[in-house]
Design a protein around this ligand. Sequence first.
Ligand code: C2E
Ligand code: CA
Ligand code: CA
Length: 571
Amino acid sequence: MDFQEQNISQAILENLGEAVIVVDVNSRIQFINQAAEKLFGYSLQEAVGKNFKIFFHEPLLGWHQEYLDILQSESFRKPVLRESTGMRRDGTTLPLDLILSKMTTQNVSFLIISARNALKRKTITEQVKYQASRDPLTGLASKEFFIERINTILNAAKKANQMVGVVCCNLDRFSLINNTLGRNIGDEFLEKVGKRIKNCSREGDVISRFAGDEFYVLLPYLKSPNDSVGFSNRLIDSLRYPFIVEERELYITASLGISIFPTLASDSDSLISNANLAMREAKKNGRNGWKLFSIESNIKTLDSLMIYSQLHGAVKRKELFLNFQPIVDARNLTLKGAEALVRWTHPELGKIPPSDFIPVAEETGFIDAIGKFVMMSACAQIKAWQDQKLPTTPISVNVSTPQFKSEKFVDIVCEILESSEMNPELLHLEVTESLMMENVEESIAKLKRLREYGIKLCIDDFGTGYSSFQYLKRFPVDILKIDQSFVRDVVSSAGDATIVSAMIDIAHRLRLETTAEGVENREQMLFLREQGCDYLQGYLFDRPKTSEEFTQLLTDHYSDRWKSLLQKEAS
Ligand code: C2E
Ligand code: CA
Ligand code: CA
Protein backbone atom coordinates (compact mmCIF):
# COMPACT_ATOMS: atom_id res chain seq x y z
CA MET A 1 0.00 0.00 0.00
CA ASP A 2 1.45 3.34 -0.91
CA PHE A 3 0.78 6.41 1.15
CA GLN A 4 -1.98 7.61 -1.14
CA GLU A 5 -3.67 4.28 -1.07
CA GLN A 6 -3.31 3.98 2.66
CA ASN A 7 -4.85 7.39 3.26
CA ILE A 8 -7.81 6.58 1.09
CA SER A 9 -8.43 3.24 2.81
CA GLN A 10 -8.04 4.89 6.17
CA ALA A 11 -10.48 7.63 5.23
CA ILE A 12 -12.96 4.99 4.18
CA LEU A 13 -12.45 3.04 7.36
CA GLU A 14 -12.96 6.13 9.46
CA ASN A 15 -16.09 7.12 7.65
CA LEU A 16 -17.74 3.76 7.81
CA GLY A 17 -19.10 4.66 11.20
CA GLU A 18 -18.44 1.13 12.30
CA ALA A 19 -15.61 -0.06 14.44
CA VAL A 20 -12.95 -1.66 12.25
CA ILE A 21 -10.07 -3.78 13.47
CA VAL A 22 -7.33 -4.95 11.11
CA VAL A 23 -5.55 -8.10 12.29
CA ASP A 24 -2.56 -9.84 10.72
CA VAL A 25 -2.04 -13.59 10.36
CA ASN A 26 -0.27 -13.64 13.72
CA SER A 27 -3.39 -12.28 15.45
CA ARG A 28 -1.69 -8.95 16.04
CA ILE A 29 -3.71 -5.82 15.69
CA GLN A 30 -2.42 -3.69 12.83
CA PHE A 31 -4.96 -0.95 12.92
CA ILE A 32 -8.19 0.20 14.57
CA ASN A 33 -10.28 3.15 13.43
CA GLN A 34 -11.68 5.91 15.63
CA ALA A 35 -15.05 4.20 15.98
CA ALA A 36 -13.25 1.15 17.35
CA GLU A 37 -11.27 3.35 19.74
CA LYS A 38 -14.52 4.76 20.98
CA LEU A 39 -16.31 1.44 21.17
CA PHE A 40 -13.59 -0.47 23.00
CA GLY A 41 -11.85 2.33 24.90
CA TYR A 42 -8.34 1.69 23.55
CA SER A 43 -6.35 4.22 21.54
CA LEU A 44 -4.81 3.19 18.21
CA GLN A 45 -1.32 3.32 19.77
CA GLU A 46 -2.38 1.13 22.69
CA ALA A 47 -4.03 -1.43 20.47
CA VAL A 48 -1.50 -1.86 17.70
CA GLY A 49 0.70 -4.92 18.16
CA LYS A 50 -1.58 -6.54 20.75
CA ASN A 51 -3.47 -9.79 20.19
CA PHE A 52 -6.92 -9.00 18.82
CA LYS A 53 -8.44 -11.18 21.50
CA ILE A 54 -8.29 -8.19 23.86
CA PHE A 55 -11.48 -6.98 22.17
CA PHE A 56 -13.44 -10.10 22.94
CA HIS A 57 -14.92 -11.77 25.95
CA GLU A 58 -12.84 -14.85 26.78
CA PRO A 59 -15.41 -17.64 26.88
CA LEU A 60 -16.46 -16.87 23.36
CA LEU A 61 -13.00 -17.01 21.85
CA GLY A 62 -13.41 -20.38 20.23
CA TRP A 63 -14.03 -19.00 16.78
CA HIS A 64 -10.85 -16.90 16.55
CA GLN A 65 -8.49 -19.71 15.71
CA GLU A 66 -11.03 -21.16 13.36
CA TYR A 67 -11.22 -17.83 11.66
CA LEU A 68 -7.49 -17.36 11.42
CA ASP A 69 -7.31 -20.80 9.83
CA ILE A 70 -9.78 -19.73 7.22
CA LEU A 71 -7.77 -16.60 6.71
CA GLN A 72 -4.76 -18.67 5.73
CA SER A 73 -6.71 -20.67 3.22
CA GLU A 74 -6.81 -19.48 -0.34
CA SER A 75 -10.44 -20.29 -0.89
CA PHE A 76 -11.79 -17.83 1.63
CA ARG A 77 -13.44 -14.89 -0.08
CA LYS A 78 -16.87 -14.06 1.21
CA PRO A 79 -17.36 -12.01 4.38
CA VAL A 80 -18.77 -13.91 7.33
CA LEU A 81 -21.34 -12.59 9.78
CA ARG A 82 -20.95 -13.42 13.44
CA GLU A 83 -22.48 -12.47 16.73
CA SER A 84 -20.07 -12.16 19.59
CA THR A 85 -19.53 -10.53 22.93
CA GLY A 86 -17.02 -7.74 22.99
CA MET A 87 -14.93 -6.60 25.91
CA ARG A 88 -14.15 -2.98 26.57
CA ARG A 89 -10.95 -1.77 28.14
CA ASP A 90 -12.78 -1.19 31.42
CA GLY A 91 -13.83 -4.86 31.46
CA THR A 92 -17.47 -4.28 30.59
CA THR A 93 -18.98 -6.44 27.88
CA LEU A 94 -21.29 -5.62 25.02
CA PRO A 95 -23.09 -7.63 22.34
CA LEU A 96 -21.51 -7.28 18.91
CA ASP A 97 -22.55 -7.92 15.34
CA LEU A 98 -19.41 -8.71 13.37
CA ILE A 99 -18.56 -8.81 9.69
CA LEU A 100 -15.33 -10.71 9.12
CA SER A 101 -13.56 -10.38 5.84
CA LYS A 102 -10.17 -11.03 4.34
CA MET A 103 -8.07 -8.44 2.62
CA THR A 104 -4.89 -9.29 0.75
CA THR A 105 -2.33 -6.71 -0.33
CA GLN A 106 0.98 -7.61 -1.77
CA ASN A 107 0.49 -11.23 -0.84
CA VAL A 108 -0.07 -10.37 2.78
CA SER A 109 -3.48 -11.20 4.18
CA PHE A 110 -5.29 -9.30 6.88
CA LEU A 111 -8.40 -10.09 8.81
CA ILE A 112 -10.80 -7.16 8.79
CA ILE A 113 -13.26 -7.20 11.64
CA SER A 114 -15.96 -4.63 11.50
CA ALA A 115 -17.98 -4.53 14.68
CA ARG A 116 -21.27 -2.93 15.51
CA ASN A 117 -22.88 -2.58 18.91
CA ALA A 118 -25.78 -5.09 18.72
CA LEU A 119 -27.55 -3.39 21.57
CA LYS A 120 -28.99 -0.88 19.12
CA ARG A 121 -30.20 -3.64 16.81
CA LYS A 122 -31.72 -5.45 19.77
CA THR A 123 -33.67 -2.44 20.84
CA ILE A 124 -34.97 -2.03 17.31
CA THR A 125 -36.20 -5.65 17.28
CA GLU A 126 -37.64 -5.09 20.68
CA GLN A 127 -39.32 -1.95 19.44
CA VAL A 128 -40.87 -3.84 16.55
CA LYS A 129 -41.99 -6.52 18.97
CA TYR A 130 -43.41 -3.89 21.29
CA GLN A 131 -45.33 -2.28 18.47
CA ALA A 132 -46.78 -5.64 17.46
CA SER A 133 -47.94 -6.06 21.02
CA ARG A 134 -49.87 -2.77 20.97
CA ASP A 135 -53.19 -1.68 19.65
CA PRO A 136 -52.15 1.22 17.41
CA LEU A 137 -55.19 3.34 18.23
CA THR A 138 -55.13 3.26 22.01
CA GLY A 139 -51.61 2.09 22.76
CA LEU A 140 -53.15 -0.66 24.91
CA ALA A 141 -52.12 -4.30 24.57
CA SER A 142 -53.05 -6.06 21.33
CA LYS A 143 -55.28 -9.12 21.43
CA GLU A 144 -52.35 -11.43 20.68
CA PHE A 145 -50.23 -9.95 23.41
CA PHE A 146 -53.14 -10.11 25.84
CA ILE A 147 -53.68 -13.82 25.21
CA GLU A 148 -49.97 -14.48 25.54
CA ARG A 149 -49.98 -12.68 28.88
CA ILE A 150 -53.02 -14.63 30.15
CA ASN A 151 -51.28 -17.88 29.36
CA THR A 152 -48.12 -16.85 31.17
CA ILE A 153 -50.06 -15.57 34.18
CA LEU A 154 -52.26 -18.69 34.30
CA ASN A 155 -49.22 -20.94 34.37
CA ALA A 156 -47.87 -19.02 37.32
CA ALA A 157 -51.29 -18.85 39.01
CA LYS A 158 -51.76 -22.62 38.72
CA LYS A 159 -48.51 -23.23 40.51
CA ALA A 160 -49.18 -20.62 43.17
CA ASN A 161 -52.85 -21.58 43.57
CA GLN A 162 -53.97 -18.06 42.76
CA MET A 163 -57.02 -16.51 41.21
CA VAL A 164 -57.00 -14.52 37.98
CA GLY A 165 -59.83 -12.40 36.64
CA VAL A 166 -60.72 -11.25 33.16
CA VAL A 167 -63.16 -8.42 32.63
CA CYS A 168 -64.76 -7.82 29.25
CA CYS A 169 -65.89 -4.23 28.85
CA ASN A 170 -68.13 -3.28 25.96
CA LEU A 171 -69.37 0.28 25.59
CA ASP A 172 -73.12 0.73 25.41
CA ARG A 173 -74.42 2.23 22.16
CA PHE A 174 -70.99 3.29 21.00
CA SER A 175 -72.06 2.95 17.39
CA LEU A 176 -74.27 5.99 17.95
CA ILE A 177 -71.17 8.13 18.50
CA ASN A 178 -69.40 6.62 15.54
CA ASN A 179 -72.37 7.03 13.23
CA THR A 180 -73.43 10.51 14.22
CA LEU A 181 -70.09 12.19 14.94
CA GLY A 182 -67.83 10.31 12.58
CA ARG A 183 -65.00 7.86 12.94
CA ASN A 184 -62.36 10.39 13.94
CA ILE A 185 -64.27 11.47 16.98
CA GLY A 186 -65.08 7.84 17.63
CA ASP A 187 -61.40 6.94 17.55
CA GLU A 188 -60.38 9.77 19.83
CA PHE A 189 -63.15 8.78 22.16
CA LEU A 190 -61.97 5.16 22.30
CA GLU A 191 -58.48 6.34 23.11
CA LYS A 192 -59.83 8.33 26.03
CA VAL A 193 -61.90 5.40 27.27
CA GLY A 194 -58.72 3.31 27.17
CA LYS A 195 -57.03 5.86 29.43
CA ARG A 196 -59.90 5.79 31.90
CA ILE A 197 -59.75 2.01 32.06
CA LYS A 198 -56.05 2.25 32.66
CA ASN A 199 -56.59 4.72 35.50
CA CYS A 200 -58.88 2.23 37.24
CA SER A 201 -56.37 -0.59 37.04
CA ARG A 202 -53.51 -1.58 39.27
CA GLU A 203 -49.93 -2.17 38.36
CA GLY A 204 -49.59 -5.50 36.64
CA ASP A 205 -53.10 -5.47 35.15
CA VAL A 206 -53.11 -5.82 31.38
CA ILE A 207 -55.59 -3.82 29.34
CA SER A 208 -56.34 -4.62 25.75
CA ARG A 209 -58.66 -3.52 23.00
CA PHE A 210 -59.63 -6.51 20.90
CA ALA A 211 -61.70 -4.65 18.36
CA GLY A 212 -64.09 -1.75 18.07
CA ASP A 213 -65.38 -0.76 21.46
CA GLU A 214 -64.54 -4.01 23.23
CA PHE A 215 -61.85 -3.90 25.90
CA TYR A 216 -60.49 -6.72 28.01
CA VAL A 217 -58.72 -6.37 31.30
CA LEU A 218 -56.60 -9.08 32.86
CA LEU A 219 -56.46 -8.89 36.64
CA PRO A 220 -53.72 -11.19 37.85
CA TYR A 221 -53.42 -12.45 41.43
CA LEU A 222 -56.83 -11.67 42.84
CA LYS A 223 -57.16 -12.09 46.57
CA SER A 224 -60.83 -12.83 46.12
CA PRO A 225 -63.39 -12.54 43.33
CA ASN A 226 -64.38 -9.32 45.07
CA ASP A 227 -61.31 -7.65 43.66
CA SER A 228 -62.65 -8.03 40.14
CA VAL A 229 -65.98 -6.62 41.24
CA GLY A 230 -64.14 -3.72 42.86
CA PHE A 231 -62.38 -3.00 39.61
CA SER A 232 -65.65 -3.22 37.66
CA ASN A 233 -67.39 -0.81 40.01
CA ARG A 234 -64.50 1.62 39.78
CA LEU A 235 -64.63 1.48 36.03
CA ILE A 236 -68.36 2.00 35.81
CA ASP A 237 -67.98 4.91 38.21
CA SER A 238 -65.17 6.51 36.27
CA LEU A 239 -67.21 6.43 33.06
CA ARG A 240 -69.86 8.60 34.68
CA TYR A 241 -67.93 11.76 34.00
CA PRO A 242 -68.22 13.24 30.52
CA PHE A 243 -65.50 12.84 27.92
CA ILE A 244 -64.40 16.00 26.19
CA VAL A 245 -63.73 15.27 22.55
CA GLU A 246 -63.20 18.20 20.21
CA GLU A 247 -64.92 20.49 22.67
CA ARG A 248 -67.90 18.26 22.89
CA GLU A 249 -69.09 16.63 26.08
CA LEU A 250 -69.80 12.98 25.45
CA TYR A 251 -71.33 10.50 27.82
CA ILE A 252 -71.09 6.76 27.72
CA THR A 253 -71.81 3.72 29.87
CA ALA A 254 -70.40 0.23 29.58
CA SER A 255 -71.48 -3.33 30.23
CA LEU A 256 -68.96 -5.53 31.96
CA GLY A 257 -68.61 -9.29 32.18
CA ILE A 258 -66.31 -10.99 34.65
CA SER A 259 -64.82 -14.45 34.57
CA ILE A 260 -62.49 -15.91 37.12
CA PHE A 261 -59.82 -18.56 37.00
CA PRO A 262 -59.99 -21.24 38.31
CA THR A 263 -63.55 -21.04 39.59
CA LEU A 264 -65.38 -20.09 36.44
CA ALA A 265 -62.90 -20.83 33.70
CA SER A 266 -59.87 -23.02 33.38
CA ASP A 267 -57.87 -21.56 30.49
CA SER A 268 -57.36 -18.38 28.48
CA ASP A 269 -60.02 -19.26 25.91
CA SER A 270 -62.71 -19.93 28.47
CA LEU A 271 -61.70 -16.90 30.53
CA ILE A 272 -62.18 -14.65 27.53
CA SER A 273 -65.32 -16.25 26.17
CA ASN A 274 -66.95 -16.51 29.58
CA ALA A 275 -66.21 -12.86 30.29
CA ASN A 276 -67.75 -12.05 26.93
CA LEU A 277 -70.86 -14.14 27.64
CA ALA A 278 -71.26 -12.46 31.01
CA MET A 279 -70.91 -9.06 29.33
CA ARG A 280 -73.78 -9.95 27.01
CA GLU A 281 -75.83 -10.93 30.05
CA ALA A 282 -75.02 -7.56 31.59
CA LYS A 283 -76.32 -5.89 28.40
CA LYS A 284 -79.51 -7.90 28.61
CA ASN A 285 -79.88 -6.84 32.21
CA GLY A 286 -80.18 -3.23 31.14
CA ARG A 287 -76.56 -2.22 30.49
CA ASN A 288 -74.31 0.01 32.61
CA GLY A 289 -73.43 -2.76 35.03
CA TRP A 290 -71.37 -5.84 35.55
CA LYS A 291 -72.20 -9.49 35.61
CA LEU A 292 -70.21 -12.44 36.84
CA PHE A 293 -70.06 -15.36 34.50
CA SER A 294 -71.93 -18.32 35.95
CA ILE A 295 -71.79 -21.93 34.92
CA GLU A 296 -75.35 -22.47 35.97
CA SER A 297 -77.41 -19.40 36.50
CA ASN A 298 -77.42 -20.42 40.16
CA ILE A 299 -73.95 -19.10 40.77
CA LYS A 300 -74.93 -15.51 40.77
CA THR A 301 -73.92 -14.40 44.12
CA LEU A 302 -70.49 -13.61 45.33
CA ASP A 303 -71.12 -15.90 48.25
CA SER A 304 -71.21 -18.92 46.01
CA LEU A 305 -68.16 -17.67 44.23
CA MET A 306 -66.34 -17.12 47.45
CA ILE A 307 -67.34 -20.59 48.57
CA TYR A 308 -66.13 -22.19 45.42
CA SER A 309 -62.85 -20.35 45.40
CA GLN A 310 -62.23 -21.47 48.95
CA LEU A 311 -63.54 -24.97 48.39
CA HIS A 312 -60.81 -25.48 45.87
CA GLY A 313 -58.17 -25.82 48.52
CA ALA A 314 -60.41 -27.17 51.29
CA VAL A 315 -59.72 -30.84 50.61
CA LYS A 316 -56.00 -30.20 50.33
CA ARG A 317 -55.90 -28.11 53.48
CA LYS A 318 -57.82 -30.84 55.32
CA GLU A 319 -60.67 -28.53 56.24
CA LEU A 320 -63.28 -31.13 55.33
CA PHE A 321 -64.18 -33.95 57.64
CA LEU A 322 -67.07 -36.27 58.37
CA ASN A 323 -69.72 -36.35 61.04
CA PHE A 324 -71.77 -39.43 61.72
CA GLN A 325 -75.42 -39.31 62.64
CA PRO A 326 -76.79 -42.47 64.24
CA ILE A 327 -79.65 -44.30 62.58
CA VAL A 328 -81.63 -46.50 64.96
CA ASP A 329 -83.71 -49.59 64.54
CA ALA A 330 -87.32 -48.51 65.11
CA ARG A 331 -88.36 -51.73 66.86
CA ASN A 332 -85.90 -51.71 69.76
CA LEU A 333 -84.15 -48.34 69.36
CA THR A 334 -80.71 -49.85 69.00
CA LEU A 335 -78.05 -48.45 66.75
CA LYS A 336 -78.51 -49.65 63.22
CA GLY A 337 -75.99 -47.52 61.38
CA ALA A 338 -75.03 -43.94 60.68
CA GLU A 339 -75.15 -41.40 57.93
CA ALA A 340 -71.85 -39.77 57.05
CA LEU A 341 -72.32 -36.02 56.66
CA VAL A 342 -69.57 -33.84 55.38
CA ARG A 343 -68.45 -30.84 57.40
CA TRP A 344 -66.33 -27.90 56.42
CA THR A 345 -64.61 -25.64 58.89
CA HIS A 346 -62.87 -22.79 57.12
CA PRO A 347 -60.08 -21.13 59.15
CA GLU A 348 -61.60 -17.67 58.68
CA LEU A 349 -65.17 -18.18 57.53
CA GLY A 350 -65.87 -20.76 60.21
CA LYS A 351 -68.36 -23.58 59.76
CA ILE A 352 -69.92 -23.64 56.32
CA PRO A 353 -73.01 -25.85 56.15
CA PRO A 354 -73.20 -28.49 53.41
CA SER A 355 -76.41 -26.91 52.13
CA ASP A 356 -74.27 -23.89 51.19
CA PHE A 357 -71.33 -25.58 49.57
CA ILE A 358 -72.67 -28.87 48.19
CA PRO A 359 -74.86 -27.14 45.57
CA VAL A 360 -71.92 -24.94 44.54
CA ALA A 361 -69.68 -27.99 44.31
CA GLU A 362 -72.32 -29.75 42.22
CA GLU A 363 -72.61 -26.87 39.81
CA THR A 364 -68.92 -26.49 39.32
CA GLY A 365 -68.00 -30.14 39.07
CA PHE A 366 -66.00 -30.00 42.25
CA ILE A 367 -68.38 -32.50 43.81
CA ASP A 368 -66.34 -35.31 42.28
CA ALA A 369 -63.35 -34.44 44.44
CA ILE A 370 -65.48 -33.91 47.54
CA GLY A 371 -67.46 -37.08 46.90
CA LYS A 372 -64.28 -39.06 46.55
CA PHE A 373 -62.91 -37.58 49.74
CA VAL A 374 -66.13 -38.42 51.62
CA MET A 375 -66.20 -41.96 50.31
CA MET A 376 -62.55 -42.56 51.13
CA SER A 377 -62.87 -41.11 54.61
CA ALA A 378 -66.01 -43.12 55.33
CA CYS A 379 -64.40 -46.35 54.15
CA ALA A 380 -61.22 -45.66 56.09
CA GLN A 381 -63.32 -45.02 59.18
CA ILE A 382 -65.28 -48.25 58.77
CA LYS A 383 -62.03 -50.15 58.34
CA ALA A 384 -60.61 -48.50 61.46
CA TRP A 385 -63.65 -49.57 63.51
CA GLN A 386 -63.35 -53.04 62.05
CA ASP A 387 -59.67 -53.16 63.03
CA GLN A 388 -60.46 -51.95 66.55
CA LYS A 389 -62.90 -54.85 66.78
CA LEU A 390 -65.72 -52.46 67.56
CA PRO A 391 -69.29 -53.45 66.72
CA THR A 392 -69.66 -52.75 63.03
CA THR A 393 -72.51 -50.68 61.68
CA PRO A 394 -73.24 -49.75 58.09
CA ILE A 395 -72.39 -46.20 57.09
CA SER A 396 -74.52 -44.32 54.59
CA VAL A 397 -72.71 -42.00 52.24
CA ASN A 398 -74.52 -39.31 50.25
CA VAL A 399 -73.95 -39.30 46.52
CA SER A 400 -75.04 -36.29 44.50
CA THR A 401 -76.65 -36.79 41.16
CA PRO A 402 -73.85 -35.16 39.12
CA GLN A 403 -71.35 -37.31 40.99
CA PHE A 404 -73.34 -40.45 40.22
CA LYS A 405 -73.66 -39.43 36.58
CA SER A 406 -69.90 -39.34 36.13
CA GLU A 407 -68.80 -42.28 33.98
CA LYS A 408 -66.12 -43.32 36.39
CA PHE A 409 -68.34 -43.28 39.46
CA VAL A 410 -68.80 -47.03 39.90
CA ASP A 411 -65.13 -47.71 39.22
CA ILE A 412 -64.07 -45.12 41.75
CA VAL A 413 -66.33 -46.60 44.42
CA CYS A 414 -65.06 -50.12 43.73
CA GLU A 415 -61.45 -48.95 43.80
CA ILE A 416 -61.94 -47.23 47.13
CA LEU A 417 -63.68 -50.29 48.55
CA GLU A 418 -60.90 -52.57 47.42
CA SER A 419 -58.08 -50.45 48.70
CA SER A 420 -59.78 -49.91 52.05
CA GLU A 421 -60.24 -53.67 52.51
CA MET A 422 -63.52 -53.18 54.32
CA ASN A 423 -66.63 -55.27 54.08
CA PRO A 424 -68.67 -53.75 51.18
CA GLU A 425 -71.90 -54.62 52.96
CA LEU A 426 -71.11 -51.92 55.48
CA LEU A 427 -71.32 -49.25 52.82
CA HIS A 428 -74.70 -47.78 51.94
CA LEU A 429 -75.05 -45.17 49.26
CA GLU A 430 -77.77 -42.53 49.32
CA VAL A 431 -78.91 -41.28 45.95
CA THR A 432 -81.85 -39.03 45.21
CA GLU A 433 -84.91 -39.58 43.15
CA SER A 434 -83.73 -37.29 40.39
CA LEU A 435 -81.65 -40.21 39.10
CA MET A 436 -84.85 -42.00 38.21
CA MET A 437 -85.84 -39.34 35.75
CA GLU A 438 -82.70 -39.03 33.68
CA ASN A 439 -80.79 -41.79 31.92
CA VAL A 440 -82.97 -44.39 33.56
CA GLU A 441 -81.33 -47.39 31.94
CA GLU A 442 -77.84 -46.17 32.59
CA SER A 443 -78.65 -45.43 36.21
CA ILE A 444 -80.21 -48.85 36.69
CA ALA A 445 -77.11 -50.49 35.22
CA LYS A 446 -74.85 -48.55 37.58
CA LEU A 447 -76.97 -49.30 40.62
CA LYS A 448 -76.96 -52.98 39.69
CA ARG A 449 -73.18 -53.05 39.47
CA LEU A 450 -72.88 -51.40 42.87
CA ARG A 451 -75.35 -53.79 44.37
CA GLU A 452 -73.57 -56.81 42.93
CA TYR A 453 -70.61 -55.58 44.83
CA GLY A 454 -72.58 -55.91 48.04
CA ILE A 455 -73.29 -52.23 48.56
CA LYS A 456 -76.78 -51.31 49.76
CA LEU A 457 -78.60 -48.46 48.08
CA CYS A 458 -80.99 -45.91 49.55
CA ILE A 459 -83.25 -43.40 47.89
CA ASP A 460 -82.71 -40.19 49.83
CA ASP A 461 -85.22 -37.36 50.42
CA PHE A 462 -88.04 -39.47 49.07
CA GLY A 463 -91.13 -37.42 48.48
CA THR A 464 -89.43 -34.20 47.48
CA GLY A 465 -89.09 -35.03 43.80
CA TYR A 466 -91.29 -37.00 41.47
CA SER A 467 -91.83 -39.69 44.06
CA SER A 468 -92.71 -42.13 41.38
CA PHE A 469 -93.38 -45.58 42.77
CA GLN A 470 -93.63 -46.73 39.20
CA TYR A 471 -89.97 -45.95 38.68
CA LEU A 472 -89.05 -47.07 42.14
CA LYS A 473 -90.26 -50.54 41.22
CA ARG A 474 -87.62 -50.75 38.52
CA PHE A 475 -84.76 -49.41 40.58
CA PRO A 476 -82.54 -51.91 42.34
CA VAL A 477 -82.59 -50.16 45.71
CA ASP A 478 -82.92 -51.40 49.28
CA ILE A 479 -84.03 -48.54 51.48
CA LEU A 480 -86.35 -45.60 51.08
CA LYS A 481 -85.56 -42.52 53.15
CA ILE A 482 -88.65 -40.49 53.87
CA ASP A 483 -87.79 -36.83 53.71
CA GLN A 484 -87.86 -34.85 56.91
CA SER A 485 -90.37 -32.39 55.51
CA PHE A 486 -93.04 -35.12 55.85
CA VAL A 487 -91.84 -36.29 59.21
CA ARG A 488 -91.91 -32.78 60.65
CA ASP A 489 -95.71 -32.46 60.60
CA VAL A 490 -96.59 -36.09 60.75
CA VAL A 491 -98.32 -35.61 64.09
CA SER A 492 -100.06 -32.31 63.37
CA SER A 493 -101.02 -32.77 59.76
CA ALA A 494 -103.41 -35.54 58.80
CA GLY A 495 -102.29 -35.15 55.20
CA ASP A 496 -98.64 -35.77 55.99
CA ALA A 497 -99.57 -38.64 58.26
CA THR A 498 -101.46 -40.28 55.42
CA ILE A 499 -98.62 -39.73 52.98
CA VAL A 500 -96.03 -41.16 55.34
CA SER A 501 -98.07 -44.22 56.16
CA ALA A 502 -98.74 -44.79 52.45
CA MET A 503 -95.05 -44.44 51.66
CA ILE A 504 -94.12 -47.02 54.26
CA ASP A 505 -96.83 -49.36 53.07
CA ILE A 506 -95.93 -49.16 49.39
CA ALA A 507 -92.22 -49.40 50.14
CA HIS A 508 -92.82 -52.61 52.02
CA ARG A 509 -94.84 -54.01 49.17
CA LEU A 510 -91.90 -53.23 46.92
CA ARG A 511 -89.69 -55.05 49.44
CA LEU A 512 -87.94 -51.88 50.44
CA GLU A 513 -87.09 -50.92 53.97
CA THR A 514 -87.82 -47.41 55.20
CA THR A 515 -85.91 -44.84 57.19
CA ALA A 516 -87.58 -41.72 58.48
CA GLU A 517 -85.34 -38.66 58.60
CA GLY A 518 -85.55 -35.69 60.92
CA VAL A 519 -87.25 -37.40 63.84
CA GLU A 520 -87.13 -34.74 66.51
CA ASN A 521 -89.65 -35.80 69.14
CA ARG A 522 -91.22 -38.81 70.76
CA GLU A 523 -94.62 -38.32 69.14
CA GLN A 524 -93.09 -38.56 65.71
CA MET A 525 -91.18 -41.65 66.78
CA LEU A 526 -94.30 -43.30 68.15
CA PHE A 527 -96.26 -42.62 65.00
CA LEU A 528 -93.51 -43.95 62.76
CA ARG A 529 -93.10 -47.10 64.83
CA GLU A 530 -96.83 -47.66 64.66
CA GLN A 531 -96.73 -47.40 60.89
CA GLY A 532 -93.99 -50.01 60.76
CA CYS A 533 -91.18 -47.69 59.68
CA ASP A 534 -87.96 -49.69 59.93
CA TYR A 535 -85.34 -47.13 60.89
CA LEU A 536 -85.30 -43.71 62.45
CA GLN A 537 -82.83 -40.87 62.25
CA GLY A 538 -83.01 -37.47 63.88
CA TYR A 539 -82.12 -35.13 66.68
CA LEU A 540 -84.32 -37.12 69.06
CA PHE A 541 -81.61 -39.77 69.03
CA ASP A 542 -78.51 -37.84 68.19
CA ARG A 543 -77.18 -34.94 66.23
CA PRO A 544 -74.39 -35.70 63.79
CA LYS A 545 -71.32 -36.62 65.85
CA THR A 546 -67.61 -36.32 65.26
CA SER A 547 -65.83 -39.56 64.46
CA GLU A 548 -64.33 -39.59 67.97
CA GLU A 549 -67.77 -39.20 69.53
CA PHE A 550 -69.19 -41.90 67.32
CA THR A 551 -66.31 -44.22 68.16
CA GLN A 552 -67.11 -43.62 71.83
CA LEU A 553 -70.72 -44.52 71.12
CA LEU A 554 -69.63 -47.81 69.60
CA THR A 555 -67.31 -48.53 72.52
CA ASP A 556 -69.99 -47.73 75.14
CA HIS A 557 -72.41 -50.49 74.24
CA TYR A 558 -74.63 -48.20 72.34
CA SER A 559 -77.71 -50.44 72.62
CA ASP A 560 -78.84 -49.04 75.94
CA ARG A 561 -78.60 -45.47 74.95
CA TRP A 562 -82.12 -44.83 73.67
CA LYS A 563 -83.99 -47.39 75.79
CA SER A 564 -85.37 -44.72 78.08
CA LEU A 565 -87.44 -43.46 75.13
CA LEU A 566 -89.19 -46.80 74.99
CA GLN A 567 -89.57 -47.03 78.74
CA LYS A 568 -91.47 -43.78 78.69
CA GLU A 569 -93.67 -45.34 76.05
CA ALA A 570 -94.37 -48.31 78.29
CA SER A 571 -95.22 -46.17 81.31
P1 C2E B 1 -79.53 -35.09 53.92
O1 C2E B 1 -78.84 -36.15 53.15
O2 C2E B 1 -81.02 -35.11 53.87
O3 C2E B 1 -78.95 -35.17 55.37
C1 C2E B 1 -79.72 -35.03 56.49
C2 C2E B 1 -79.64 -33.65 57.00
O4 C2E B 1 -80.62 -33.47 58.01
C3 C2E B 1 -78.33 -33.35 57.69
O5 C2E B 1 -78.05 -31.99 57.49
C4 C2E B 1 -78.64 -33.60 59.12
O6 C2E B 1 -77.79 -32.93 60.01
C5 C2E B 1 -80.03 -33.06 59.19
N1 C2E B 1 -80.79 -33.63 60.29
C6 C2E B 1 -80.65 -34.83 60.87
N2 C2E B 1 -81.54 -35.00 61.83
C7 C2E B 1 -82.29 -33.88 61.89
C8 C2E B 1 -83.40 -33.47 62.68
O7 C2E B 1 -83.87 -34.16 63.55
N3 C2E B 1 -83.91 -32.25 62.42
C9 C2E B 1 -83.41 -31.45 61.47
N4 C2E B 1 -83.98 -30.26 61.30
N5 C2E B 1 -82.38 -31.80 60.67
C10 C2E B 1 -81.83 -33.02 60.90
P2 C2E B 1 -76.69 -31.50 56.97
O8 C2E B 1 -75.62 -32.30 57.58
O9 C2E B 1 -76.68 -30.04 57.10
O10 C2E B 1 -76.74 -31.91 55.45
C11 C2E B 1 -77.59 -31.26 54.59
C12 C2E B 1 -77.54 -31.90 53.24
O11 C2E B 1 -76.26 -31.76 52.65
C13 C2E B 1 -77.74 -33.41 53.30
O12 C2E B 1 -79.07 -33.67 53.41
C14 C2E B 1 -77.16 -33.80 51.98
O13 C2E B 1 -78.07 -33.57 50.94
C15 C2E B 1 -76.00 -32.86 51.84
N6 C2E B 1 -74.81 -33.54 52.28
C16 C2E B 1 -74.29 -33.63 53.52
N7 C2E B 1 -73.15 -34.34 53.49
C17 C2E B 1 -72.96 -34.71 52.21
C18 C2E B 1 -71.96 -35.46 51.53
O14 C2E B 1 -71.02 -35.99 52.12
N8 C2E B 1 -72.09 -35.61 50.18
C19 C2E B 1 -73.14 -35.08 49.51
N9 C2E B 1 -73.21 -35.28 48.23
N10 C2E B 1 -74.09 -34.39 50.11
C20 C2E B 1 -74.01 -34.19 51.45
CA1 CA C 1 -78.78 -38.23 53.06
CA1 CA D 1 -82.21 -36.80 53.29
